[in-house]
Write a protein that binds this ligand. Structure first.
Ligand SMILES: Nc1ncnc2c1ncn2[C@@H]1O[C@H](COP(=O)(O)OP(=O)(O)O)[C@@H](O)[C@H]1O
Ligand SMILES: [Mg+2]
Length: 198
């Protein structure tokens, strides 16, 4: 980094922002195959949290690829850069005092760990949506598995690109066994138990 770039301490701290919001900031990092339910569960959880007065923001894979990451593709290298940018963005949002929900396949353990290490202890909650690949493929909400099987999409996770199962996620949910409401209740209960929300 350029030696002339010097960090300026802000007058207002993360703790002060958090105090004003009456909850702790954190990242709920959803990971899992395409179709495992990341966007669906994250949206339903954000709804529930907003009803509880929690300040939230949702970063979703497809949405950031319209802007922040529109120059990136799906090679391993680009996936790593995608997660790095999203991680830094989530970190800024944690500093702003928000409960950040992220919905990215994020197939590599090293990138998930990289984001975990960007924030303080307890501020990164890895939520592994452990929905079996065959269920995800049957759901195929965006028709992407069909295209991947036909060879029309390359580097598709679970088909011709790796998914590294999380080694120690804080939460594991199989959405083929849980209803959407059960998943949301489980996550809200966890946030209360960890005293992130009141
Ligand atoms: N119990 C459940 N929890 C979450 N999603 C479910 C559940 N049962 C069926 N689905 C469906 O599975 C699909 C999950 O897609 P999506 O949320 O877009 O996955 P992802 O964001 O992980 O790619 C949706 O069409 C959703 O309606
Ligand atoms: Mg999604």
């Amino acid at each position: 980094m350029n030696e002339n770039i010097v960090w300026h301490n802000y007058a207002i701290t993360k703790a002060q922002r958090s105090e004003q919001k009456k909850h702790k900031p954190t990242i709920l990092w959803f990971t899992g195959f395409s179709g495992s339910g990341k966007s669906t569960v994250a949206n339903a959880l954000e709804n529930a949290l907003n009803q509880l007065g929690v300040h939230t923001y949702l970063l979703d894979g497809d949405n950031v690829r319209h802007g922040l990451c529109k120059d990136l593709g799906f090679t391993d290298e680009d996936r790593v850069e995608n997660i790095r940018r999203v991680g830094e963005t989530a970190k800024l949002m944690v500093d702003a005092g928000l409960v950040v929900l992220t919905a990215f396949i994020s197939p590599f353990q090293s990138e998930r760990d990289m984001v975990r290490n960007l924030v303080d202890d307890g501020e990164f909650i890895e939520v592994f949506l452990d929905t079996p690949l065959d269920v995800c493929e049957t759901r195929d909400p965006k028709g992407l598995y069909k295209k991947a099987r036909a060879g029309e999409i390359k580097h598709f996770t679970g088909i011709d690109s790796d998914y590294q199962v999380p080694t120690s996620p804080e939460i594991k949910i199989d959405t083929s066994k849980n209803t959407l409401d059960q998943s949301v209740q489980e996550l809200v209960a966890y946030l209360k138990q960890q005293q992130i929300i009141g």
